[in-house]
Design a protein around this ligand. Structure first.
Ligand SMILES: Cc1cc2nc3c(=O)[nH]c(=O)nc-3n(C[C@H](O)[C@H](O)[C@H](O)COP(=O)(O)OP(=O)(O)OC[C@H]3O[C@@H](n4cnc5c(N)ncnc54)[C@H](O)[C@@H]3O)c2cc1C
Length: 283
């Protein structure tokens, strides 16, 4: 178990806003996680922070992370891949390329963790986690260790029951297909190139700020009210992809939240459409 104090948010989230959090605890084993749960009642779970905006003034005292060392990606019989929640997409892509496994390339290039992908039902290019996951290991806040089937996870658009139940994802298994190693690598590279062409992949963002409302695109709505590529102090919606909010340098939680709420209000006033945040706010 690793315990760190006064940790810069810039090292915990991809938006990298200013400020620190009080404590970050990273656990490597089930025993560690159970002892953490015995001593901590109020905490927030963090993966790679690629969908999270943290307020440095939050009253949450502790952030819990599952260490990437808990369970590195492991190929299982029948073209399955088992990976700990703390594993990164990068680690998983490498394991898939080495083993010649196809099916997860839609996530290539995204700085996420397996736990965050399951919690959010990560998806793009017409695919999502619910279509490839076979079982998920969770530990409840009371320390119970369970394996859940996809039907028990209540997957929906950027949603799973992990977001509402007292569950910590510790591992997930995926059903993939066998493919030639070079083909897997080439497919991964193609998805990364496509993202680079369409998204500010290397900028400080948390991906899509808002969920797409039914039959509409959040990016088009943001553009329609004139906020695409318009800096507002140290933050602004990207000129490359209007739904990506960028920290342009020195961006704060307050500035990001203010712009998010401004856009929500103006889209409502102009189109009578509710923009729901996809990014998870830790207030
Ligand atoms: C450049 C870029 C591109 C992106 N592209 C996409 C895309 O194409 N499709 C898409 O869906 N998203 C995309 N995202 C958003 C983000 O990568 C996903 O939402 C991803 O699933 C978040 O994973 P994470 O590990 O970073 O989660 P975090 O941001 O750390 O956490 C997200 C949520 O999951 C919860 N959580 C994290 N780990 C666990 C766990 N082990 N147990 C229980 N709950 C947990 C957190 O409490 C939080 O509520 C993108 C982000 C960036 C920066």
């Amino acid at each position: 178990m690793q315990i760190r104090s006064e940790v810069p948010i810039s090292s915990l989230t991809t938006f990298q806003n200013e400020g620190t959090v009080r404590e970050v605890v990273s656990v490597d084993t089930l025993a560690d996680l159970r002892s953490f749960l015995e001593t901590h009642r109020v905490f927030s779970i963090l993966g790679k922070g690629s969908n999270t905006l943290i307020n440095p003034e939050t009253s949450i005292p502790t952030f819990l992370q599952i260490s990437p060392q808990w369970l590195p990606p492991e190929v299982r019989p029948g073209n399955r891949l088992l990976a700990g929640a703390g594993c990164t997409v990068h680690q998983v892509m490498k394991a898939c390329a080495t083993a010649g496994l196809t099916g997860l390339e839609f996530a290539a290039g995204v700085p996420a963790s397996i736990g965050g992908m399951v919690a959010m039902n990560f998806g793009c290019y017409g695919r999502d986690v619910s279509q490839v996951v076979t079982r998920v290991q969770v530990v409840t806040f009371s320390g119970e260790d369970l394996w859940l089937a996809p039907e028990e996870l209540g997957f929906g658009y950027r949603h799973s029951r992990v977001q509402t139940e007292p569950w910590i994802v510790v591992a997930a298994e995926f059903q993939l297909e066998s493919a030639d190693m070079d083909t897997v690598k080439a497919t991964q590279a193609r998805f990364v190139a496509d993202r680079l062409a369409k998204q500010p992949l290397r900028a400080r963002t948390f991906g899509s700020t808002f969920k797409n409302p039914p039959n509409q695109y959040a990016g088009a709505l943001i553009e329609s009210i004139g906020f695409k590529g318009k800096p507002v102090g140290a933050v602004g919606f990207s000129a490359q992809h209007a739904n990506f909010l960028e920290n342009l340098g020195g961006g704060t939680f307050d500035a990001a939240l203010h712009l998010i709420e401004t856009v929500q209000a103006q889209v409502w006033a102009t189109h009578q459409v509710v923009l729901e945040t996809e990014v998870k706010l830790v207030r």
